[in-house]
Design a protein around this ligand. Sequence first.
Ligand code: NAD
Ligand code: ZN
Ligand code: ZN
Length: 362
Amino acid sequence: VIRCRAAVAWAMGKPLSVEEVEVAPPKAGEVRIKIVAAGICRTDEHLLEGCFPYADFPVIPGHEGAGIVESVGEGVTSVKPGDKVIPLCVPQCGECSFCLNPESNHCLKSHFSEPQNLLPDKTSRFTCKGKMIHHFLWVSTFAEYTVIPEYAVAKIDAAAPLDKVCLLGCAFSTGYGAAINTAKVKPGSTCAIFGLGGVGLSAVMGCKAAGASRIIAIDINKDKFAKAKELGATDCINPRDFKKPVEEVITEMTGHGVDYSFEVIGHADTVNAALASCNMNTGVCVMVGELPSGSVLSINPMLLLSGRTWKGTLLGGWKVRDCMPKLVSSYLEKKFNLDLLITHTLPITKVNEGFELLRAGK
Ligand code: NAD
Ligand code: ZN
Ligand code: ZN
């Protein structure tokens, strides 16, 4: 058993508490990882607010991170102690019918198939002050050590800087992949991205890498525009600067609407606006943002009847275990610059300050 620090959410709506926790050794098929760096994603905030579809407290949040294998359980063959790895919040068992389908990046053995915040055997490896603590998405990267099933771990290049590539665990891969894999943005096309957080800015990077000629970035926080432009946005608009709905503004800017739109916020009204912003016939709208659990969307059916395509994405459509090492190599080859997405670096003791910065739009 390892004793280390972790940020524990004891109850919904309460700040995290940095505690000493016990992390049990990995069981068969599991890997214990020393987490070196983690990122904060809005999905962690959804969990703390109780808006995530399944939230069991107390829990150690965090699902974006990178680390080094400390020990492995019986039968683990793909990684060994000392390997650099990225934990995967969407696993890839490689055997189920979804994993065998080249079009799918979902795995039937994931925690989504049977929503729960424990490991696959329905037990936890974490305790604190005599209480069992839940895992989050099998990853729990806000702990100095965490235990994860082998099929939710990707071995990466030993040269990778973990404080940068941790962003591949969720934000970057999701936004970039939403453009490249889910929308399949074509060269010369027009794109609109609603929401310029870590995920939305990564979608801007994906559209640019795919050769889009016009990338319209939309946010109500104009402080996000400079970074969006640096990453490839050609136009930045704040919906609050206009009297008419933003979808009308975008339709006028582009003639008939963009070829691809992305909702990367998680609000019903911006989902509708993003859908209406892509062209009525061949437009593709990708829903990336996560709406509060239990939400129901109402849309004008004509938006789809006229031919539009409306899609969702899970972690940007990558078959994660196969693709993560390749994404790390692409980063090392400077095909994209993750460093530009990093705004602040804090020690684990200041995790609540990190959430305050996220809430403040910083
Ligand atoms: P974030 O909070 O950092 O960014 C959201 C941005 O949207 C902010 O810049 C905010 O100012 C802007 N915004 C808020 N309301 C707006 C409005 N009405 N109009 C325009 N802009 C508005 O969040 P993030 O970490 O980038 O995550 C974005 C969303 O993606 C979240 O809902 C998150 O849960 C979801 N997500 C989904 C997946 C997936 O696999 N599909 C993966 C990661 C994150
Ligand atoms: Zn995330
Ligand atoms: Zn599978």
